[in-house]
Design a protein around this ligand. Structure first.
Ligand SMILES: Nc1ncnc2c1ncn2[C@@H]1O[C@H](COP(=O)(O)OP(=O)(O)O)[C@@H](O)[C@H]1O
Ligand SMILES: O=P(O)(O)OC[C@H]1O[C@](O)(COP(=O)(O)O)[C@@H](O)[C@@H]1O
Ligand SMILES: [Mg+2]
Length: 438
């Protein structure tokens, strides 16, 4: 996210689409009864500021009341839907991510127990299950009781496009009036199309997104769920590479980590594991000569070197490719294998012991850690509140620790990257000691 994205944002960009007036009293009335406004609770009539520095706020040159601000997440006293008439549906889409089952479980329990919704259906295999005529799973509290202890998704997932009209036909056939889409940028684009198709037909169906992806590339929010678990797991591979490298003669530990266009996993895992000498991310270009030279110096000075490379880094060094996956995501060249080859060849004058580790899918197929488990539960609750209020084409997430509702259109307009001028990258540079540019 660039400062210019922040500065360009207007009040209109932050408006949430509503299905209609809220006239139904919430069944959570007793719970909400004596809530006191505090620094930890934003009332439903208040707003969460976009800017959080004096400089940014001042730059807008407007009165405080006109500063752009997000709609706060959380329960509303008056609902659009009568929960007893709500059939909800859930789909999980795109790549696996720790916490998918936590989100499913929390959605089901919150929808059924807190709000008393009629039914919750789980469509299988992502958007595919909304288009292939397959029967959805009836998600009861009993069925989901223990699923949060497992990785993956009990609903299955997929990549690949489906016709929005067919998907809406399916929702109508099953009397679904609230759809929860759990996915990343691609899924959210799909959700936007679904909400638009429902609106075109005048159907009051709430479409609510829950931000999933280990890549952490969804903008405006603190992080997507699953990201922290993934980088914690990735750090274990770095530690293994460091142990191997520091125990060998001229040991090189090379670790390739996921992160298609954003280097957040590589950056954070570096800070967790420590002992990394070079972290290579898509946002910061490097040259082969610069890397070889740096590694050679490290071997001479400390006897070993550890290199962490995000899968999207250094793509300009590889043969160009236009291939895409079924969702239209560009297929990347294998930078890990390439660097293994180049380091071996480029340093062939030295007796090397190079160990290459690609933990790949192992970092995202695991259950959520404690942090993500908490976040998943809170996201699911925020998503349920948004749907019951009749908000649509909306995504929930935490921003600077506060839960917000934001238009999906805003979440898909840009993506989140490691800022080469930001504090995170500075912390990585300070930790690795690598030069500003390689
Ligand atoms: N621009 C788009 N419009 C509509 N649907 C999309 C779009 N991009 C992706 N999708 C659909 O969203 C689903 C998940 O997308 P994908 O990019 O694989 O994962 P993620 O949501 O994790 O980024 C797929 O079924 C894909 O076809
Ligand atoms: O499962 P696939 O298709 O091999 O995809 C791998 C990609 O999925 C990810 O794990 C996450 O992607 P999404 O969350 O956007 O689906 C990327 O880090 C990785 O590049
Ligand atoms: Mg994606």
């Amino acid at each position: 996210m660039r400062l210019s994205d922040l500065q360009a944002i207007t009040h209109e960009d932050l408006l949430i689409t509503r299905l209609g007036p809220r006239t139904v009293e919430t069944p959570l009335q007793e719970l909400l009864g004596n809530r006191q406004e505090s620094v930890h609770y934003v009332t439903e009539t208040d707003r969460v500021l976009v800017d959080d520095t004096l400089g940014m706020a001042k730059n807008r040159g407007v009165d405080a009341a006109d500063l752009p601000a997000f709609n706060p997440g959380g329960p509303r006293r008056q609902l659009f839907f009568d929960p007893s008439e709500v059939t909800a549906a859930i789909v999980t889409c795109g790549g696996l991510c720790p916490g998918l089952n936590n989100v499913i479980r929390a959605l089901v329990l919150h929808l059924r127990h807190a709000y008393g919704c009629r039914d919750v259906l789980g469509f299988r295999n992502g958007y595919q299950g909304l288009a292939d005529g397959s029967e959805p799973l009836r998600l009861t509290p009993d069925l989901v009781r223990d699923i949060h202890t497992r990785g993956g998704t009990i609903l299955g997932t997929s990549r690949g496009s489906q016709d929005p009209a067919t998907m809406i036909d399916t929702l109508v056939a099953h009397k679904v009036n609230a759809l929860f889409v759990v996915g990343g940028d691609g899924t959210l684009r799909g959700a936007q199309m679904l909400a638009a198709e429902a609106a075109r037909r005048g159907l009051p169906i709430a479409v609510v997104g829950v931000p999933k992806t280990i890549d952490n590339d969804i903008p405006w929010i603190d992080h997507s769920f699953g990201f922290q678990t993934a980088y914690a797991r990735a750090a274990e591979s770095i530690q293994a590479a460091h142990t191997e490298a520091s125990s060998g003669v001229n040991g090189i530990g090379l670790v390739k980590l996921m992160g298609r266009h954003s280097g957040f996993i590589a950056a954070h895992a570096t800070l967790v594991a420590q002992g990394v000498d070079f972290t290579l991310i898509p946002e910061v270009p490097f040259t082969l000569d610069g890397l070889l030279d740096g590694v050679r110096k490290k071997l001479a000075n400390q006897g070993h070197a550890v290199v962490v490379v995000a899968e999207g880094a250094g793509q300009d060094l590889l043969p160009p490719s236009t291939a895409t996956d079924p969702s239209g995501n560009r297929k990347l060249g294998d930078i890990g294998a390439f660097l293994r080859e180049q380091l071996t060849e480029g340093l062939s004058d030295l007796p090397l012991s190079l160990r290459y580790i690609d933990p790949g899918y192992a970092i995202r197929s695991v259950p959520a850690n404690a942090f993500d488990a908490v976040y998943c539960t809170r996201l699911a609750q925020a998503a349920t509140h948004a749907a019951m209020a009749g908000f649509t084409s909306v995504m929930v997430g935490s921003r600077r620790g506060r839960f917000i509702n934001l238009p999906i259109a805003l979440a898909t307009a840009t993506s989140n990257h490691v800022d080469p001028h930001g504090d995170l990258w500075m912390a990585v540079l300070e930790t690795t000691g690598q030069p500003l540019s390689l």
